[in-house]
Design a protein around this ligand. Sequence first.
Ligand code: NAD
Length: 338
Amino acid sequence: MLAVRGSQCLVTGGAGFIGSHLTERLVELGHRVRVVDNLSTGEEANLAGVADAIEFLRGDLCDPAVCRRAVAGVDVVFHVAALPSVPRSIKDPWGSHDANVNATMRLLEACVEAKVRRVVYSSSSSVYGDTPVLPKTESVEPLPRSPYATSKLAGEQYVLAFARAGMIEGVALRYFNVFGPRQSPHSAYAAVIPMFFQAVLEGRPAVVFGDGEQTRDFTYVDNVVDANLLAASAPTDKVSGWVANVGAGVRTSLLGLLEMISVVTGLQAVCVKQPPRSGDVRDSLASLERATRLFGYRPNVALKEGLRRTWDWVASSAPTLAGVPRRTPRIGLVRQQA
Ligand SMILES: NC(=O)c1ccc[n+]([C@@H]2O[C@H](COP(=O)([O-])OP(=O)(O)OC[C@H]3O[C@@H](n4cnc5c(N)ncnc54)[C@H](O)[C@@H]3O)[C@@H](O)[C@H]2O)c1
């Protein structure tokens, strides 16, 4: 899909969840891929399937020397690396700022020097904050509610400013709640879908922060990979200097999600409610109009199919499903009060 098959690509954060899927697809398409990652949240095991086909550089993007080595001879940079967690950023705002803003600046500086053609930046729907407007269009004023969201907005705006100043071609993609295989449920900062699957697998209640009626636009990871490839190969005058949402364009409540997980897994889904977390937003839904218009993005994998594929992976990676209470699909959820 990139302009030239065999382009040299750099995936920052390629040992992470989204970065490893993007890396695999680029290899499949015949591109030369270098990954740079400091393994702060990622794991080399995520790249096991392509280890022999890529160049792996372990290093921190806050280090200018690492950035220079990473971008040498590269046509397109997919800047995926970040510390991607709201609660973590509230606990350690400097950590988020370094990984998400300072590292982005160092990388951009190196890209300009090395004459990289284009940077595709992984941004986040969290930049919108709790604006009541739905769906979120890119012209809605960003109102970040956490240091994480602020750092993603800063990184995104640097990429776009460099592009508008003619220093580089740059496009930013605001992802909405991405999920899929290899997303870890084990971190204290794990996303909701892997945590729900893990809870169901272990036969214990899934933790829901708040009343469970909050909604999200859950996006299967292959759709995000598609968007990256489209944004990397679209004509310069269409995409450079622009930000676009990448979601599924459908919103689902957390309780609705648990119900779908019950159906997909055939296992009992129970939840326990805890008080809402600071920094979390109430509702989220992407307008996809701009992404479709600028680079022809359409989500190819719907939520239920994405959940099925993710469950296949979860179940096949679990040591055993023995002892997990199976049940007939579509029995109502057991809900507990906070
Ligand atoms: N997962 C989602 O739902 C979601 C939603 C919106 C935006 N995003 C964005 O997508 C990107 C990827 O998210 P993910 O879920 O795959 O997270 P992840 O934690 O699995 O991947 C991030 C990767 O970046 C690496 N990294 C972090 N700081 C680094 C540094 N200073 N130098 C080198 N490597 C570094 C980590 O080791 C990790 O491998 C992030 O930019 C995140 O903000 C994710």
